[in-house]
Ligand binder design. Structure first.
Ligand SMILES: [Mn+2]
Length: 222
């Protein structure tokens, strides 16, 4: 069994640390491979030493799993210095391809398909610092509050089009992170899966891949 989720954002004030710890202990430990689809750390808002210090337990739990594929997200930037500290069970990659049940499955974080981020990079960075600061006091849905629900839906649709343009003909299933909004879109030529995040979403989700079964998306609740 393979389990995949994304966007822990360890280090962010709004990161659900306890939920992630429990998820790793209760669910992820059963997987032969755990695939983290990017933004495991949030190095936009905190430096690597603060992130490591605050999340020792989670990083320990990850190092105890049999096999972890860590796909680099845009918030995992500058984590190369942290690579030597990782146990050998953890592999850091840009993208990952899995063949299962005669299907080709691509795992990629997805920031390359985010046009807003490409156009307003510094604004996004400054915004992230402000949101992280506010996150000390309140938890809120970042994307919907910044863009409005309708506009964010347009951005999501555009994101999906970009993903399909690049990879739609080469893969049967494409798993991304980055949007912080979960979706399971089967209307297109490739099935698009996204499990949202462990920061701003009300529900934390993951996807299970098993031999001879369709992938299933699950919600983790306490
Ligand atoms: Mn993210």
């Amino acid at each position: 069994m393979i389990i995949s989720t994304s966007d822990f954002h360890l280090g962010h004030e709004m990161c659900r640390i306890k939920m992630i710890e429990d998820f790793l202990l209760e669910v992820a430990y059963k997987a032969e491979t755990l695939i983290l689809v990017g933004d495991v750390l949030d190095l936009w808002v905190k430096n690597i030493y603060t992130v490591l210090e605050r999340n020792k337990r989670i990083l320990e739990l990850l190092s105890e799993l049999p096999h972890v594929i860590w796909i680099k997200g845009n918030h995992d930037c500058e984590m190369e210095c942290f690579k030597p500290l990782l146990k050998r069970n953890i592999k850091i990659v840009r993208e990952y391809v899995l063949e299962m049940n005669k299907k080709r499955i691509l795992f990629t974080h997805g920031h390359d398909f985010d046009r807003e981020l490409q156009s307003f990079f510094w604004l996004a960075k400054i915004g992230a610092w402000i949101i992280d600061y506010l996150g000390k006091f309140i938890r809120f849905n970042i994307s919907e509050n910044i863009y409005g629900k309708k506009n964010y839906q347009k951005i999501l649709d555009e994101f999906k089009i970009q993903v399909l343009n690049k990879h739609g003909n080469d893969y049967d299933i494409i798993v991304t992170g980055h949007t912080h909004v979960a979706f399971d879109d089967r209307t297109t030529n490739a099935r698009l899966i996204n499990t949202g995040d462990w920061v701003e979403s009300d529900e934390c989700m993951y996807v299970i891949f098993k031999e001879n079964e369709e992938p299933v998306i699950k919600t983790y609740t306490k």
